[in-house]
Design a protein around this ligand. Structure first.
Ligand SMILES: [Mn+2]
Length: 333
């Protein structure tokens, strides 16, 4: 099967220019370090693995690294994709370093210290509106649903043959960040790029069952707890729930298992927006805001006021402290 014609993509001029520079760099260099963000999700892993398979096919040296290990459900999708621990990386041995998705988190201060920006080309590929890092090449566009959608556009625009493996990796990230096409970031372009990927025989239902629907019993217990404790604040139309360290221990779950609950709470009738607070580690609390397009609430403004950031309908923040359940609500100590 062939790719659909690239002229169906209506890319902004600056992105087309960045894509040309990126192709040129790929052609002219031979060693690449790809960085996935901490607590890797389907988008950062789909983006890094698609580039990994592509660069490997060009006989380039390519290594993917991440602060955290590869989630089991993702390793089932790609048996030959591995993450190298960050402590094992010699940053000076790569000509090109690419941060894929949430670049600010990929390029933490401790990693930036190890990169010789005089010698190596740093590229970021991202769809987050708060990406502040100034790299040599910035392929950043917040109108895309996901970093994998940007890379899908890159492959299609440059008429690079998409293998089934590359297409599967990209579709995994698009499905992850659009909540299987349920979120408002799903655009005609997302579906056009998806149709090109499906054309390669990507196993849509297998990806969905591996990535989003096969929840562990511990995750379902934690969701149950979060739903049970949810409260509605009638003054501002917020629905809020909190997951404390005790909840995590009781359910034998971790705070990553909670990410989809905010999406579901945001769909409760009569609600303006949802907030999930969860104890991430002993001293960090994570907050996730979600809203729906018809609710006309820009949750990124609230997240910014708390030192966080994100999109209009999905944003988050981190606070220092411990989340405590009380009869009057949650407090932070
Ligand atoms: Mn993403």
């Amino acid at each position: 099967m062939t790719n659909l014609p690239s002229k169906k993509l209506l890319l902004p001029k600056n992105l087309r220019k960045e894509f040309r520079i990126f192709s040129h760099i790929i052609a002219e260099t031979s060693s690449f370090l790809l960085i996935a963000h901490p607590n890797p999700d389907a988008d950062t892993l789909g983006a890094t693995s698609s580039l990994f398979f592509y660069l490997k096919s060009l006989n380039k040296k390519v290594v993917v690294t991440c602060k955290d290990s590869l989630p089991k459900n993702f390793s089932l999708l790609f048996k030959d994709f591995v993450l190298t621990p960050q402590e094992d990386i010699d940053y000076s041995s790569f000509e090109v370093i690419i941060a894929c998705d949430s670049a600010d988190r990929c390029l933490s201060p401790s990693i930036i210290k190890k990169i010789d920006t005089e010698k190596c080309i740093v590229i970021i590929i991202d769809h987050h509106p708060d990406t502040n890092f100034s790299a040599d090449v910035c392929i950043v566009d917040e109108t895309f649903s996901s970093t994998c959608e940007i890379l899908g556009a890159f492959f299609i625009q440059n008429t690079i043959p998409l293998t089934k493996k590359i297409a599967t990796a990209l579709l995994t990230g698009i499905l992850g960040d659009t909540g299987n096409f349920q979120h408002a970031n799903t655009t005609p372009q997302t579906l056009y790029i998806t149709s090109c990927l499906l054309n390669k025989g990507t196993p849509l239902e297998k990806i969905i069952s591996r990535i989003s629907t096969n929840k562990k019993i511990s995750t379902l217990r934690l969701w149950g707890r979060a739903f049970e404790k949810a409260r509605i604040c009638s003054s501002n139309g917020m629905i809020v729930s909190g997951i404390t360290e005790e909840d995590l221990a009781f359910c034998n779950a971790n705070s990553e298992d909670i990410s989809q609950v905010a999406n579901m709470l945001a769909t409760v009738p009569g609600i303006q927006f949802a907030l999930i607070l969860s104890q991430h580690d002993t001293t960090t609390i994570k907050g996730s805001f979600r809203s729906e397009p018809l609710q006309n609430t820009d949750v990124s403004k609230i997240a910014h006021s708390l030192g966080g950031g994100g999109h209009t309908l999905a944003s988050g923040f981190e606070l220092y402290g411990k989340l405590i359940d009380t009869d009057d609500g949650w407090i932070i100590k």
